[in-house]
Design a protein around this ligand. Structure first.
Ligand SMILES: [Zn+2]
Length: 66
């Protein structure tokens, strides 16, 4: 069985002894995990920033109204 490495797109044999599958090597697995971690960090960071701003604005306008 042949599989394509998601990182380097090289075709290699599917080997159940390969602990890095579906990647061809440890290096390709680490690259993919690193890219995924970066993506998750960006996605998680954006809503937190927006939330902090909106809560702060709501608190200011509320106290000014009274
Ligand atoms: Zn690879």
């Amino acid at each position: 069985m042949k599989v394509k490495c998601p990182t380097c797109h090289q075709t290699h044999d599917w080997d159940t002894r390969n602990r890095y599958r579906p990647f061809c090597s440890e290096r390709c697995k680490q690259i993919d995990l690193g890219a995924w971690a970066d993506e998750r960090y960006r996605v998680a960071g954006a809503p937190l920033d927006e939330n902090a701003v909106s809560v702060d604005e709501w608190g200011q306008s509320s106290s000014q109204a009274h």
